[in-house]
Ligand binder design. Structure first.
Ligand code: G6P
Length: 456
């Protein structure tokens, strides 16, 4: 089996002696897949080298001493920058999340055309490496929007391979897709249509089906899309929750919050996560409910992401300014209403998830939001999940979560209030239902679905 993803399962750095050391990479795909591939000697994971140390580690070919065989591709730097920052993160991400500020963006000019060429070339590089190394009939699982052209490129070179593509983000419906230059939209859909394309929820699969029909015409052959939702790795989460790192993080959190109520969130700092409106809703809650002042802390475990993009840098500073404003407005000598922790530290996030009374996941739009499932698994206080219907996980969790409208600050403040004042027996009932719903699907189920569809 070959896994192909843009970000790999390991990232490399140098230790004090200048030796290359591997650290497990961040992200949902990595934590879901790594344990499943650990005992599969015949599985190889192909990804992009993201740094000089990655390049050095990957130079000798497949890295076999890790628990997963990894091959890191040394891409042309400028091509890779255009592929990743301009097209994948600057266009496709915003497109699939419906997040363009359309009066100003996107603009498809000659600069974009150069970047699109680079995007095609980087996808082709991945496809070439797979085509040259895969045995006949091999299963190839291609991940996400950064590599959406790989299935079509492989179909052209190696029709014997059993390829599936899986999108971890939402997918643009026909109205949003029509923003792309017509040939670009058609190229993207034609590639995905060449193999089964998978999505986390029926909503994104349906949007893809409608977009592919609109872009390719009704007569075009479109391999049937499928839905395969991902669940958390319960054993791995439990192991992290008793680790030294999580215990230490839990102790320092307890020192700060004491016995106050805790609203928590954990996200990359990214516009689609809707972090600022979450703080505005909390601000409104403190205004409307004086009795809560001093009795609740918002623990925001949010960490920087994609700092090569102006939109992300601007959003990050808006997050910081909003926190400063809310804290200035309400802080007292012994209480700070928002605790902003910007470390990318999984053990710390798990400790925060164990402790919350309310978990806020108010995404504007998101493929899945695995955290909405991880939280209920590790939480120890029958915490309430406040969940946006725009999060992919909503479809599965809605009967046990409280709905928060991602744009309606007044409604969100009300939902946080309801969650914080919910009677204990209702909290317990919802929490156990949430745990059951969140653990219905394991990473192994997800992988089995992908492999099953590759076989067709
Ligand atoms: C999302 C995407 C992944 C991506 C991750 C982190 O979850 O679906 O493909 O790897 O974000 O983003 P980054 O750009 O840092 O890899």
């Amino acid at each position: 089996m070959i896994i192909v993803s843009h970000r790999g399962p390991y990232q490399f750095s140098r230790d004090d002696d200048g030796e290359l050391v591997a650290q497990r990479g961040a992200g949902g795909i990595v934590s879901a897949l790594s344990p499943l591939l650990a005992d599969k000697a015949d599985a190889t994971w192909i990804a992009a080298a993201m740094s000089d140390d990655d390049r050095a580690a990957g130079r000798a070919g497949t890295i076999a001493h890790l628990d997963v065989n990894v091959r890191l591709l040394d891409l042309d730097r400028e091509q890779h920058r255009m592929h990743y920052e301009v097209v994948a993160n600057g266009v496709l991400w915003f497109l699939h999340h419906g997040m363009f500020d359309r009066a100003r963006r996107p603009r498809f000019d000659l600069r974009f055309r150069d970047a699109w060429e680079a995007f095609v070339a980087v996808n082709q590089h991945f496809a070439d490496v797979v085509a040259q190394s895969a045995p006949a009939g091999e299963i190839v699982l291609v991940q996400d929007y950064q590599l959406c052209l790989v299935p079509g490129q492989l179909r052209a070179q190696r029709p014997d391979l059993r390829v599936v593509h899986f999108t971890h983000t939402p997918f643009a419906g026909p109205d949003d897709l029509s923003v792309l230059p017509t040939d670009v939209g058609a190229q993207l859909c034609a590639s995905l249509a060449s193999s089964p394309a998978g999505f986390h929820t029926g909503r994104w699969a349906d949007a893809y089906r409608r977009s592919a029909r609109a872009a390719l015409g009704r007569g075009a052959g479109i391999a049937a899309p499928f839905v395969a939702s991902l669940g958390p790795d319960v054993a791995a989460l439990e192991a992290v929750s008793v680790s030294t790192g999580a215990r230490a993080a839990a102790r320092s959190l307890a020192d700060v919050v004491g016995d106050r109520l805790v609203i928590a969130r954990t996200d990359r700092i990214e516009p689609s996560k809707n972090i600022v409106r979450g703080f505005l809703a909390y601000d409104r809650l403190l205004e409307a409910r004086p009795g809560l002042r001093g009795r609740v802390v918002f623990v925001a475990m949010v960490y920087p992401s994609r700092q090569g993009l102006a939109e992300y840098l601007a959003y990050e500073s808006e997050v910081e300014q909003t926190v400063a404003r809310v804290n200035d407005r309400w802080s007292t000598r012994d209480w700070k209403p928002i605790l902003l922790d910007d470390r990318d530290d999984y053990a710390r996030s798990v400790a925060g998830m164990q402790r919350y009374d309310v978990l806020l996941v108010n995404a504007l739009r998101d493929g899945l939001n695995l955290v909405a499932k991880e939280g209920p698994v590790v939480n120890r206080r029958d915490g309430v999940l406040c969940l946006s219907p725009e999060a992919g996980a909503y479809e599965e969790l809605k009967t046990a979560a409280l709905r928060v409208h991602p744009y309606d600050i007044e409604q969100c403040a009300g939902a946080l209030d309801d969650a914080l004042s919910m009677p204990l027996d209702e909290r317990a009932g919802r929490a156990s239902k949430l745990r059951a719903l969140a653990t219905k699907r394991s990473p192994a189920d997800w992988l089995a679905d992908l492999v099953g569809h590759a076989g067709q």
